[in-house]
Design a protein around this ligand. Structure first.
Ligand SMILES: NC(=O)c1ccc[n+]([C@@H]2O[C@H](COP(=O)([O-])OP(=O)(O)OC[C@H]3O[C@@H](n4cnc5c(N)ncnc54)[C@H](OP(=O)(O)O)[C@@H]3O)[C@@H](O)[C@H]2O)c1
Length: 276
């Protein structure tokens, strides 16, 4: 599995597992647990979650599914913006740790920007880091202006920015990805198959057929083809997990990339950052 090195030195797989909407439907619980375990067994040991997902239900599911292999994992969770102040972040973090059944998060992210000043969130994250509750901290859904403000507010320790990035959401390539690249801050690409909506695209299907892959594999390989991008697809079945894992070994040719560029053009101008 190709890896990405975070600014603090931690090495993580370039393909992880998302968990939004997991743990919410009892009928799917066993499949979801099997899927997460299969993914970890296949090297997708980075697991992304958030206190928001199912009001903590996704974190609880992860704790149940992966508690026995905690030390193999790189656990990422996210705090609501309204919890990103000094006191509330410590409480939110403790709640996430309890649901996950662990004593530390490997990466803790501000889920999106709210009204708490970024400088206060930086101090709150650093306090959690000093206390050993989190190993790294970062952000999500922050555009260039916000990132500049974050750095100016003392946020040089930011370890990642989790963004909506896939073939149909290439806006970040204009300004944000070069900005992050210049500061060696990795990107976590969320909704890398656009929640499944991408998979019926004719060009994607054609490229996939030509190289003997599936549309999901091509979409994931595309998201990961840039250095320092970690893709975090959510898959609720073992079959989807296995299919997605193979994408990490798929190398797209210049011809494949050109065909995808033609169908999903690069942004010609800066656009506001999109989020789901
Ligand atoms: N920071 C943020 O604001 C933010 C926002 C959105 C998402 N995220 C994170 O990013 C993760 C991924 O994004 P996402 O869940 O929105 O969307 P996604 O990963 O692009 O798509 C998930 C959907 O695709 C399906 N799928 C997965 N693998 C497939 C395959 N090989 N073939 C066909 N269908 C497949 C899944 O179905 P099954 O479940 O049936 O497998 C699910 O319906 C989230 O789970 C979450 O952890 C973060």
């Amino acid at each position: 599995m190709r890896t990405v090195i975070l600014p603090g030195g931690d090495q993580v797989p370039a393909l992880g597992q998302g968990t939004w909407r997991m743990g919410e439907r009892p009928a799917q619980r066993d499949d979801e647990i099997r899927a997460l375990r299969e993914g970890v067994g296949l090297g997708m040991t980075l697991v992304d979650t958030a206190e928001m997902y199912g009001d903590g239900a996704a974190e609880t599911l992860i704790g149940e599914a992966l508690g026995t292999v905690r030390d193999q994992l790189f656990l990422v969770s996210k705090a609501y913006p309204q919890n990103a102040g000094r006191e509330r972040l410590a409480v939110a973090c403790e709640n996430s740790l309890r649901r996950l059944g662990t004593d530390r998060l490997d990466l803790y992210l501000l889920h999106w920007r709210g009204s708490v000043p970024l400088g206060e969130t930086v101090l709150a994250m650093e306090a959690l880091q000093a206390a050993g509750k989190i190993r790294n901290w970062g952000v999500s859904n922050l555009d260039v202006d916000d990132m500049e403000e974050l750095i100016a507010a003392g946020g040089n320790g930011c370890a990642a920015n989790q963004l909506l990035y896939n073939l149909t959401r290439r806006g970040p390539e204009h300004s944000l990805l070069p900005w992050l690249d210049g500061r060696h801050i990795p990107v976590m690409a969320y909704s890398p198959i656009e929640q499944g909506r991408l998979l019926s695209n004719a060009t994607l299907r054609r490229v996939a057929e030509t190289i003997g892959a599936t549309p999901a594999q091509v979409a994931l390989a595309w998201a990961m083809h840039r250095d320092d991008v970690i893709a975090i697809p959510k898959a609720g079945t073992v079959a989807h997990v296995r299919e997605n894992r193979a994408a990490a070994d798929l190398v797209l040719s210049q011809d494949d990339l050109a065909a995808l560029d033609a169908a999903f053009p690069r942004p010609g101008a800066r656009r506001p950052l999109e989020m789901l």
